[in-house]
Design a protein around this ligand. Structure first.
Ligand code: C5P
Length: 219
């Protein structure tokens, strides 16, 4: 049977990562957080003292990216988040990273049923033929509150108003760019998670997958 592909897209802190990780575990699929790829490109540029908005620098960093770079421990820093959305707006960067994502989706490790990818353009560009696509949304205030709580729980300093501003800036950049902007695929199932917890979002998504007869046992 062909590998199953599940796409989970949406803006910052809409709950994509949590949902995608849980779906992958429940479905016996591999999981790829595609945001970490853009973050890794950005982190490498910042560490080298480069400019993430310079198209040549960014495209070279994207072409040189290696799987080990996705394990860097600086990927979640706020300055890396902002720089990631800057490199992500450069078409040559997106083009260089497309193959890696498609190969992952098409050839999950042996024994797995498929792949779950989360990002901004999985359902529209990376895997337009995905078996099921989810597009998560939530109000910007709900997302900022979640991100703020997450940062505080990690022991990082956080000011709600700054988190809200950061989200608005990234939303504007991700939605406004010319190449692969953040938007829902026409055939995506939309989930507004503003008033849902992670368990509820997971149950709704699993019910949709079961309704389509896609759920399989691992192995
Ligand atoms: O999802 P995450 O916040 O980790 O992504 C970091 C940045 O990478 C996003 O703000 C977005 O600009 C970019 N990104 C993207 N396409 C994806 C995944 C992430 O443009 N598929």
């Amino acid at each position: 049977m062909a590998a199953m592909i599940v796409a989970v897209d949406g803006p910052v802190a809409a709950g994509k990562g949590t949902l995608a990780r849980r779906l992958a575990a429940a479905l016996g699929c591999a999981y790829l957080d595609t945001g970490s790829i853009y973050r890794a490109v950005a982190a490498k540029i910042l560490v080298a003292g480069g400019d993430p908005e310079n198209a040549e620098t960014a495209a070279a960093a994207a072409r040189d990216l290696e799987p080990i770079d996705l394990e860097r421990d600086d990927l979640r820093l706020e300055k890396v988040s902002q720089a990631a959305s800057k490199v992500a707006a450069i078409p040559a960067v997106r083009a260089a990273l497309l193959d890696f994502q498609r190969r992952f989706a098409a050839a999950p490790p042996r024994g797995l049923n498929g792949a779950v990818l989360d990002g901004r353009d999985i359902g529209t560009v990376v895997c337009p033929g995905a078996d099921v696509k989810f597009f998560l949304t939530a109000s910007v205030e709900a997302r900022a509150a979640r991100r703020h709580k997450e940062l505080l729980e990690r022991g990082e300093q956080s000011i709600y108003a700054r988190v809200l501003q950061d989200l608005r800036e990234r939303d504007a950049r991700d939605s406004g760019r010319a190449t692969a902007p953040l938007r829902a695929a026409e055939d995506a199932v939309r989930l507004d998670t503003s008033a849902m917890d992670a368990d509820q979002a997971f149950e709704v998504a699993m019910a949709e997958i079961a309704r389509r007869g896609l759920a399989r046992q691992p192995g």
